[in-house]
Design a protein around this ligand. Structure first.
Ligand SMILES: [Zn+2]
Length: 390
């Protein structure tokens, strides 16, 4: 009798835990998948982040150091120098662990091109602003509703930090459901970066998990019924399971007649017990970036100021796109043209004063937005080109 009561209590605690850890707008529609994988010739994809700290007391106005520690945590998992393959991952899953090769940095330019720290701080009078919504519109992403203005979500990962005392601690929107008024991650300030006071969510893995959602990953199951093995996460190499795991389960745990990968970052366990993304999850994230967030394929966190290629300008003239050096010097570079899906559609090079994209060279392409990548040595520059029919 006593034993049953104990189990019941644990179950209740766990349910509560699930509700508080993370919430996503659920999606029953499978995302559009292109067969190509995005262009990864530069080694890793770079994603610039803007943190919006929307606080209504000084405790919520977290320090720059906490934010910087979150960037370090993200890079240690999404772009590690060496993939961690120790006993934190059971041997049967170790061969599935993969390096996502996605690098994060604080944005160095704002949407108007001005230099920035990538951290916006705003005081608000609204308590629990990070829980408040009007339809799909998030208060915290909207200046008129007391929040901070969202930066172009095609170009930046917006992370909004604000009080969430009466809703789950964090949330993210899947890429296919993102709009200009809801795209990004919302998180309570206690869950940002390394914060020992916030045990067992002290390592900054809440945002790692939310970034997983932001790049198209689901929980390992969305099943609410033990034994229901039909709610797959649309990734082949994560084992089916019908229950979500919490706290720090002992290994092994069996669900749907298989050993569960409860130590996955998309699980709901404590920070200390999370350990891997799989090859399948990594290819899904990279694919979803190509489909829904193609701008990131062309961004570089390593961009240096006043580089050789920064002197290049582009202008339209009749049926030509002309690229030239601002000071009319000779320039040398390799070029690649990509469509919005990140597919390479043309490659070429320039050696001289100007380069002309001649109309008849482009007549094979449909009208739309293209990205021209210009490369010289370790530098690169991206031009966005709108191609119209002619
Ligand atoms: Zn989640």
């Amino acid at each position: 009798m006593k034993y049953e009561l104990f189990v019941g209590l644990l179950f209740l605690l766990s349910q509560n835990n699930f509700a508080q850890r993370c919430t996503t707008v659920s999606s029953t529609v499978e995302s559009k998948i292109y067969s190509n994988t995005p262009n990864l010739r530069h080694g890793s994809i770079s994603i610039p982040i803007v943190f919006h700290i929307v606080y209504n007391d000084e405790d919520q106005n977290i320090s720059d150091n906490r934010i910087l520690s979150q960037i370090e945590v993200l890079n240690s998992i999404f772009d590690p120098v060496q993939l961690k393959l120790d006993e934190s991952i059971p041997e049967e899953f170790r061969y599935l662990a993969e390096n996502p090769k996605i690098h994060f940095c604080l944005a160095s330019y704002d949407p108007l091109g001005n230099s920035t720290t990538g951290i916006v701080r705003k005081k608000t009078n609204i308590s629990n602003i990070a829980c408040k919504k009007q339809g799909t519109r998030q208060y915290i992403m909207d200046e008129k509703l007391g929040g901070s203005k969202i930066w172009d979500p095609q170009q930046y990962l917006n992370i909004f930090v604000g009080q969430r005392d009466d809703c789950p601690f964090a949330e993210a929107v899947f890429p296919e459901l993102a709009t200009d008024t809801n795209d990004g991650i919302i998180v309570d300030p206690r869950f940002v970066g390394i914060n020992h006071k916030n045990f067992p969510y002290h390592r900054g893995y809440t945002i790692v998990h939310e970034v997983g959602h932001y790049l198209g990953l689901h929980h390992l199951t969305e099943s609410k019924t033990e034994g229901d093995c039909t709610k797959d996460d649309m990734v082949d190499d994560t084992p089916l399971q019908s229950v979500n795991y919490f706290d720090c389960p002992s290994y092994p745990q069996i669900s749907c007649e298989r050993s569960s990968m409860f130590m996955n970052y998309m699980s709901l366990v404590d920070d200390d017990c999370m350990a891997l993304f799989t090859k399948g999850q990594v290819s899904r994230m990279q694919n979803q970036i190509g489909v829904y967030r193609p701008y990131f394929l062309f961004y570089s966190c390593d961009k240096t100021d006043a580089s050789y290629l920064d002197q290049l300008i582009i202008k339209a003239e009749n049926n030509y796109w002309i690229i030239a050096d601002k000071f009319d010097r000779e320039w040398f570079a390799n070029m690649s043209l990509f469509n919005m899906q990140g597919q390479l559609v043309w490659e070429g090079a320039n050696e001289g004063h100007v380069f002309k994209f001649v109309a008849n060279e482009l007549h094979n392409f449909t009208a739309g937005i293209y990205f021209l990548e210009v490369r010289w040595k370790s530098e690169r520059k991206i031009f966005k080109i709108a191609l119209t029919n002619y």
